[in-house]
Design a protein around this ligand. Sequence first.
Ligand SMILES: *[C@@H]1O[C@H](CO)[C@@H](O)[C@H](O)[C@H]1NC(C)=O
Length: 233
Amino acid sequence: MFFQKLALLLTCIIVPSNAQKTPPELCATGVHAILIRGQGPGDHLNVMVSMQNLVLQLIPGSSSVALPYHHGGPDHRVVAADGALLMQQYIRDYVASCPQSKIFLMGYSLGGIVMMDGLCGTSSLWLDPVSAIEPQYNRSVIAAAAYGEETFIPGLEWNAGTCLDGIGVYPRLHPEWCDAYAASIRDYCDEGDSSCCMKYPPFDDGAHFTYIFRYNIDLLHFVQRRLVETPLP
Ligand SMILES: *[C@@H]1O[C@H](CO)[C@@H](O)[C@H](O)[C@H]1NC(C)=O
């Protein structure tokens, strides 16, 4: 009985995390989510569990993995670059195993830099440079969302949220390097978030912590719409 429960428990833990090399029977027929949390110690999923639950419950045939990058590391610039390379490897390995599956990337704050730089390449001053992933992965990556990420600049087609005239701490100088992925990107940034929507004089940073409550459902709908409008890779 104990071992049955243990086996059940292990199954529950293993199912939402089909990392990298994946046997064909576990390839997502819904979407495969790669979730990239923000800076800080502790488990890899953190508050991203809220989006994982929505995706697994409401998009049948989905799977997910939390990117195990070094989010607790002391130098966030090193961590961002390493994380971007790791995400690229996760995408390449997953597509090699599951060429017919669609991928949803999502990063929060530092994880948003990881996600955006991994796709587009780094083009911010003061961040360690990473080259963009190959553009042909735009057939597999059908959605790529960020919450409160520090390379935000106003006026881009993929911007979402209420920030209209602030700017990220590490503004992205070459957003056109993201062009292959433009249709998939959704970069949420709210007024009152001094990481992505910095202004002078500086203000309270409260909005940096409310995205999961304000936008998870909106983001879920975006992913559902992209699943319908994109062909199989
Ligand atoms: C992928 O990117 C190329 C250009 O880099 C573009 O022509 C094509 O439409 C993109 N495909 C998708 C599915 O977004």
